[in-house]
Design a protein around this ligand. Structure first.
Ligand SMILES: NC(=O)c1ccc[n+]([C@@H]2O[C@H](COP(=O)([O-])OP(=O)(O)OC[C@H]3O[C@@H](n4cnc5c(N)ncnc54)[C@H](O)[C@@H]3O)[C@@H](O)[C@H]2O)c1
Length: 456
């Protein structure tokens, strides 16, 4: 068997949830090396300027309700409609708008497909989607096909085909499809991006990204809320289920899709232990969490090599008892930045390359390299401070770009290539860590797309 045949034969591994049912995730060379079927390009996509951005929301639970609250603080925004299958949840966000003295948005609460009725409206320009993972793709696709821009929560998709679908529909409709990776707008992440662009670390060689966050407590949300749907994923899939918070900023440092691209990935998971232990300790023996088998390894580690010869390590762990980290590490020929806690070494600047600059010693870095966008926006009195202020900077920037007809900082190619780590890691885990090609969603445009600028 040659490598292509082998991948095909071994491809029937890993699982995805489609329409609430289990479906085998097969990844064939055709999927990883697919050629264009859609006309047009979404590279550097500029949409006509919008004087006022008229918004609809789908899903206003823990995350979406925060977006509604924060969007109300921005100039040039009108919230026209809110859809959530859970009426009390929907009405809480509707009331919040009315209480703020804004016109009350129309509510759409008549079941899982009622968002389509909202999409029929002609007075909405863009839709913000904060529903469970399994709903993102169909909602993004329907939104773009209805002539509206779409902004989805993370991850955008978790099958290879779904990633391609987002790319092709955005290219065909010429509508933005942005995955709202808020971490790209964190203070440290923006500053490190600025330092990368200024060449402070020399030539970049290696990055490390992670989402390591003990989320076992979400299992107490049994009937509604994040844990009620997210917990199911740990029983069906084994890989990196949430790659984008760590990866997004590191991919931007490394100019992924803008001068480089991810070439291939290998992934391994350790055993799954701690969710079963948690379920046993916290729920009665006949509780549904105790009847399910958790198969997602407690720690997943993936490694990637890029076409231009850089390496990336991407880790995931949503359950072990330990402090939070996203690693946020970038290393080049002259130095290294690492996060959690922040620390840095620059040859010629630091006292020694044996010892981290950290704590108060980092003040001079912030004085010199803080990103102009952060300096301009983060201290706006309207910033309600979600995730240390990054949420506001992201939403501010989205609205700015839409009102000024500017390309967005994260496009559909980023959404696809950051999200596709999930199905590729599932495949590799199921195949003894063998490497698998990362699809080139840009279909060669990465060679000419320009690195993300340092905007103010
Ligand atoms: N970027 C971040 O920092 C961040 C933080 C938290 C969550 N998230 C992401 O946000 C998304 C939502 O997570 P959450 O924690 O808010 O979950 P949640 O369960 O609290 O909210 C989801 C909401 O979607 C609604 N919903 C489900 N199906 C629907 C449908 N067909 N039509 C309309 N509404 C529907 C539910 O009723 C619920 O109110 C996920 O993708 C998650 O990964 C991102």
């Amino acid at each position: 068997m040659d490598r292509r045949d082998f991948i095909k034969a071994a491809g029937a591994a890993g699982v995805g949830i489609v329409g609430g049912k289990l479906a085998a995730t097969t990844i064939s060379p055709e999927q990883t090396r697919r050629l264009s079927t859609a006309p047009g390009s979404a590279a550097g996509l500029r949409a006509p300027k919008l004087d006022v951005v008229r918004l609809g929301f789908i899903g206003v639970g823990a995350r979406g309700s925060g977006h509604v609250a924060q969007m109300q603080q921005l100039d040039g925004v009108e919230i026209k409609a809110i859809c959530d299958t859970h009426e009390p949840t929907c009405m809480r966000s509707v009331k919040r708008c009315a209480d703020a003295g804004r016109p009350a948005p129309d509510a759409y609460t008549k079941g899982p497909d009622d968002y389509k009725r909202m999409l029929d409206r002609a007075d909405i320009d863009a839709v913000i989607i904060s529903t469970p993972w399994e709903e993102h793709v169909r909602m993004c696709v329907d939104t773009m096909n209805s002539g509206k821009h779409t902004f989805t929560e993370v991850p955008a998709a978790y099958t290879v085909d779904d990633c391609w679908q987002l790319v092709e529909v955005s290219e065909k409709t010429q509508k933005h499809c942005m995955m709202m990776e808020n971490v790209c707008y964190g203070r440290e992440e923006l500053m490190v991006l600025n330092m990368c662009r200024l060449g402070v670390f020399g030539d970049l060689l290696h990055g490390e990204a992670a989402y390591i966050h003990d989320l076992r407590g979400q299992m107490h949300e049994v009937e509604r809320g994040t844990g009620s749907w997210r917990t199911i994923h740990y029983t069906k899939r084994n890989g990196n289920l949430y790659p984008t918070h760590g990866l997004g900023p590191v991919a931007q440092y490394l100019n992924i899709n803008r001068g480089d691209r991810m070439d291939f990935l290998s992934s391994v998971s350790c055993n799954s232990k701690v969710r079963a232990i948690y379920a046993k300790k916290n729920f009665p023996p006949d509780h549904k969490w105790n009847k399910m088998r958790f198969i997602c390894g407690d720690i997943n580690t993936s490694i990637v090599r890029t076409v231009m010869g850089k390496t990336l390590m991407i880790q995931w762990d949503e359950q072990l008892p330990r402090p939070y980290t996203r690693h946020n590490l970038i290393q080049g020929t002259r130095g290294v930045w690492a996060g959690f806690p922040n620390r840095c070494v620059i040859e010629g600047r630091s006292k020694s390359t044996d010892q981290w600059d950290q704590g108060a010693e980092l003040r001079s870095y912030f004085d010199e390299f803080d990103h102009p966008l952060w300096k301009r926006v983060a201290n706006d009195p309207a910033n309600q401070g979600g995730h240390g202020g990054m949420d506001f900077v992201m939403l501010w920037r989205i609205i700015y770009c839409l009102r000024n007809g500017e390309p967005l900082d994260q496009d559909v190619y980023d959404a696809a290539s950051w999200s596709v780590i999930t199905p590729l890691s599932e495949w590799s885990v199921a195949n003894r860590g063998q490497s698998i090609d990362v699809p080139d969603f840009t279909r060669g445009k990465w060679k000419t797309m320009q690195p993300l600028g340092i905007v103010s």
